[in-house]
Design a protein around this ligand. Structure first.
Ligand SMILES: [Zn+2]
Length: 291
């Protein structure tokens, strides 16, 4: 796997490359704007040039994937919020394209006071419009639906939801799936033993198709199998455990797939010193690789 982590873009997206290099990332995940705000400053030619230069300076960090804002909810039954979400999602895809970044992952959404079927229909409507409206502006960006934990009214926690969404958009090759280990586990799909891992992936293959997985989020889970709670923790410290992650990093099918940590950034050690947990979690993952 091309292991990495979510890296801060504070000070400009180009700064994330330096941080990714320092954390020894083979690839990384970034936000191109604040993940908790709707609006962003438009990207300038200077921004693009700085990122191009940073990518040239750190060619080993490849690919760089983008995560969309957490505010976006194209499953919303509120038409005003839906439109606002749709426009923000389209902007995310076009921002990724402006920076020549190949992957954009977003959370499919929550149906709120609606129901799951209607919510899935709203997401499908967004996908079709997005594919049409970004066909020229962002043809090189693969738009990935993230598997969710199923917290609250979140959709996308059942493999069947993802299959229905891909189907609703005609299985466009511009779409993909981001497989988040914490979310999948919290949604009720076991990953811990070799048998459980094989069964979960076989089920994904049957329902969705393994070829649709374009990237991974590697997070351990603070809560138990099927808890439907979305709380990430350090690799090996949660309910998935090290063995679960060993299956992923040793599976030849994922050898070239980007896989990113979204775990807490720092912890204090016994002496009260701050430890860079991305470095620690990446080391834990790499130790699991069988030579
Ligand atoms: Zn994730």
């Amino acid at each position: 796997m091309r292991l990495g982590a979510q890296m801060s873009a504070a000070g400009g997206l180009h700064e994330a490359f330096k941080r990714g290099h320092e954390a020894d990332c083979d690839s990384m995940l970034v936000f191109t704007k604040s993940n908790r705000q709707w609006n962003a400053k438009p990207i300038t030619a200077e921004d693009v040039e700085k990122v191009r230069q940073a990518a040239a300076d750190y060619p080993q960090i490849d690919p760089v994937a983008v995560h969309a804002s957490y505010l976006i909810n194209v499953a919303s039954p509120d038409e005003t919020l839906w439109e606002k979400s749709y426009q923000a999602l389209k902007d995310e895809v076009e921002r990724a394209a402006a920076y020549a970044l190949p992957l954009l992952t977003f959370h499919p959404g929550s149906h709120m006071e609606g129901d799951a079927t209607t919510g899935l229909n709203h997401i499908g409507r967004a996908l079709n419009r997005l594919l049409a409206e970004t066909a020229v502006s962002a043809p090189g960006v693969t738009i990935c639906l993230e598997v969710m934990a199923g917290q609250g009214t979140n959709l996308g926690y059942m493999f069947e939801h993802l299959a229905a969404l891909l189907d609703s958009a005609g299985r466009s090759e511009r779409l993909g799936v981001c497989f988040d280990t914490c979310h999948v586990f919290a949604a009720g799909y076991d990953l811990r033993s070799p048998t459980a891992y094989a069964q979960t992936l076989a089920e994904f293959d049957q329902v969705v198709g393994l070829d649709w997985i374009k990237c991974f989020h590697l997070n351990d889970s603070q809560h138990e199998l099927g808890s439907r709670k979305d709380r990430h923790t350090h690799i090996g410290d949660g309910y998935i455990g090290l063995e679960g992650f060993a299956h992923f990093v040793n599976d030849p099918r994922w050898a070239e797939h980007p896989a990113h940590l979204e775990t807490p950034k720092t912890e204090k050690d016994a002496d009260g010193q701050e430890v860079d947990m991305d470095v620690e979690n990446l080391a834990r993952l790499r130790r699991l690789i069988e030579k």
